[in-house]
Design a protein. Structure first.
Length: 343
């Protein structure tokens, strides 16, 4: 089963597009055939869970472990990339007790990741075998259209932002109605000094489900994503968690991931006073941003690329073009007037 999951999609995604002798239509045809073979030859539940596990391992667990090893074994180099300097290095000058505590955190992080996958499998089993409903995700031979994938991703991330903000602020930081869960979240996640690789899934298991898993999984459940759409969604979310919680100041896309990482750092440093949503949109709307908010990130990115100057240049080119067009029309009118006068 694992060979089928790895072999067939990888050939379509990676190997075939690199062969210039094949056209795009042939690549798509080959992918459709391999995807259909995969879906028809294996139970949908196995396809969904093993694909989800592969994504979480490849795009979250393994990269985070690599970053953590880099922080541990090359601290002098890692410190230069850390937004909070050496205070964000979990193992710098660490005692044996602190090292064991960090290893325990890593273990809980991986456990929580697997817990989320177990619940995902449980939901599918309850839907299809107990309630006799259709599956939570669409595992079919029909491929989703690119525009459909983009729309589902946009709606999914908007729902995720709303759900994550609501649950994080109103459940995990509510000391009136959910005291026990709030205390667990404080004693686990907010006991760390600064975010470190794998801390995206470090928390009390129940708090992790509320803070991370449910906001990620519920949009896919509500919108009933196609499995391929869910794989894209899970891949992007895994990469987001890998970089946003890494503690690094240098990101592949500083505008998106850099802002998320800064807000994640500030949420921990201010002991949960704000920055409850992953993207910062709901925090900006509700006025709970701590430090630079989403609009500040947009303005900073615009200034970085000199967007106002480029806009002014574009306006100048448009005005010049309109002026030339108007002068041309005036000249044409004058020539027509002269011809009529000559006639």
């Amino acid at each position: 089963m694992t060979d089928a999951i790895i072999g067939l999609p990888m050939l379509s995604f990676l190997l075939i597009p690199t062969m210039s002798s094949y056209s795009t239509s042939l690549n798509l045809l080959f992918f459709y055939l391999t995807w259909s073979t995969l879906v028809l030859s294996h139970p949908p539940l196995k396809v969904e869970i093993i694909a989800s596990l592969a994504v979480r391992l490849l795009f979250y667990v393994f990269p985070s472990l690599f970053f953590l090893a880099f922080d541990a074994f090359v601290p002098s180099a890692a410190e230069n990339f850390k937004a909070l300097g050496d205070s964000a290095l979990p193992l710098k000058n660490a005692s044996r007790k602190r090292t064991i505590a960090l290893l325990r955190m890593v273990g809980w992080s991986i456990f929580n990741t697997l817990l989320g996958l177990t619940i995902q499998a449980g939901v599918e089993i309850v839907f299809t075998r107990v309630l006799l409903w259709r599956s939570a995700l669409r595992v079919t031979t029909t491929l989703p259209l690119p525009w459909g994938i983009i729309k589902d991703l946009a709606k999914g991330y908007l729902l995720r932002e709303i759900i994550a903000y609501t649950l994080h602020r109103c459940v995990l930081h509510n000391w009136n109605h959910t005291v026990s869960l709030s205390r667990s979240h404080r004693d686990w996640y907010h006991a760390i000094d600064a975010p470190f690789p794998l801390s995206a899934t470090y928390d009390h298991p129940l708090a992790y489900l509320v803070r991370s898993f449910l906001p990620m999984y519920l949009p896919a459940l509500i919108l009933r994503f196609h499995l391929l759409t869910y794989i894209f969604y899970l891949t992007l979310t895994s990469l987001e968690e890998t970089f946003a919680y890494s503690g690094y100041s240098t990101m592949p896309t500083n505008f998106i991931l850099g802002g998320m990482a800064r807000r994640t750092d500030n949420h921990v440093l201010c002991d949960g006073e704000g920055n409850f949503g992953p993207w910062g949109l709901c925090d900006w709307i509700m006025g709970t941003s701590v430090g630079a908010d989403l609009v500040d990130d947009v303005v900073a990115e615009a200034d970085k690329h000199d967007v106002p100057g480029k806009v002014e240049k574009a306006k100048g080119r448009v005005r010049k073009g309109v002026s030339q067009e108007a002068n041309g029309m005036k000249g044409a009118m004058k020539r027509r007037t002269r011809r009529r006068a000559d006639d």
